[in-house]
Write a protein that binds this ligand. Structure first.
Ligand code: DGY
Length: 321
């Protein structure tokens, strides 16, 4: 009898096929029922593969007493009650490393799009408004020589910082742990959090979300930023007070913002939608064929290890501690 795996939503076919070969697979979204109802119907579920949009809390975990692993199809795992899983000895895995480069690329894409007003320019062209080269047409912000601030020099922060340095930007960073090796190797400068916020021409967030850093970017923090700075968030929406960011941008208190994540995802603060100096993406940091497939295969490998008595790779740090 094949062991039962619940996948909350469909993902890439090769991974689905692999799951079907080895396990009895239930795809929750195909049932038209919510995850709680699906787990109640399948209390013998031994593995749960979830997306970052699936809140996997104590109540859900309690519905499946044989659960051995929760495999998150994302590197961030603030959607999972890890403490509860740990208590019950349920493995929790995520997908680090593989999405680092794709997410760093998207960060730079947003930074470039905001600084060089790419989306605005595209709309301008499509509206048939281009009447010829203009000395002051769509003037933007130069990257070279400006300061790129990174908050959180983990894997993605580092990959982004290296790209920023490649564009000729000076990199300053704040991270819980100082990274002397990156300072020495790439010439990055460590500074206190407030100093990074104050000095940056482009400020990019790359830290995991937890209650402790909820609204790290609130009124006080945003007001420390240079009035012509660019704010980039590809990490988690809860790190910023989105309403205040909208207000600040409306008042011209920043040059612009590039966002891939939102405080009340998938909802977006209405006022942001009206602003030309905001470039928004629908949480696509890791969205390349290669990366998403590898992320999916990582979840499959983790499930296969856990359900055959092994210890999966890519356990979340709390599990490794
Ligand atoms: C993650 O994996 O946590 C990212 O936010 C996905 O883009």
């Amino acid at each position: 009898m094949k062991k039962k795996v619940v996948l909350t939503k469909n993902y890439l076919e090769p991974a689905i096929d692999r799951l079907k070969e080895q396990f009895q697979l239930v795809v929750a979204e195909e049932t038209g029922k919510d995850l709680g109802a699906v787990l109640k119907e399948h209390p013998d579920t031994e593995a749960l593969i979830g997306f970052l949009s699936d809140k996997i809390d104590r109540q859900l975990i309690g519905l499946v007493p044989n659960l051995k692993i929760i495999a998150n199809y994302a590197v961030g795992y603030n959607n999972i009650d890890v403490a509860c899983a740990l208590e019950k000895g349920i493995y929790v895995t995520h997908t680090p490393d593989v999405l680092t480069e794709a997410t760093a690329d998207l960060t730079m894409a947003l930074a470039l799009a905001v600084c060089r007003r790419i989306v605005e320019s595209d709309a301008f062209m499509r509206a048939g408004r281009f009447e010829g080269w203009g000395a002051k047409l769509m003037l933007g912000k130069e990257l070279r020589g400006s300061t790129f601030g990174v908050v959180g020099l983990g894997r993605i922060g580092l990959a982004t910082a290296r790209r920023a340095a490649g564009f000729g930007m000076k990199v300053v960073y704040y991270s819980k742990t100082r990274k002397p090796e990156a300072e020495e190797r790439f010439g990055f400068t460590y500074a206190r959090f407030v100093d990074v916020v104050k000095q940056s021409d482009i400020l990019s967030l790359h830290l995991p979300y937890s209650e402790d850093v909820h609204h790290l970017f609130n009124e006080d923090t945003f007001d420390l930023m240079k009035p012509d700075a660019v704010f980039i968030n590809v990490a988690r929406g809860g790190l910023m007070d989105e309403a205040y960011l909208a207000e600040k941008l409306e008042k011209g208190g920043l040059f612009g913002a590039g966002l891939d994540v939102y405080e009340f995802e998938p909802k977006v603060t209405e006022r942001l939608l009206k602003l030309k100096n905001v470039v928004m993406a629908p949480h696509i940091g890791s969205a390349t064929d290669e990366t998403r497939l590898e992320m999916a295969m990582m979840t499959v490998r983790g499930v296969a290890a856990a359900l055959t008595g092994g210890r999966p790779d890519h356990l979340v740090p709390e599990w490794r501690a």
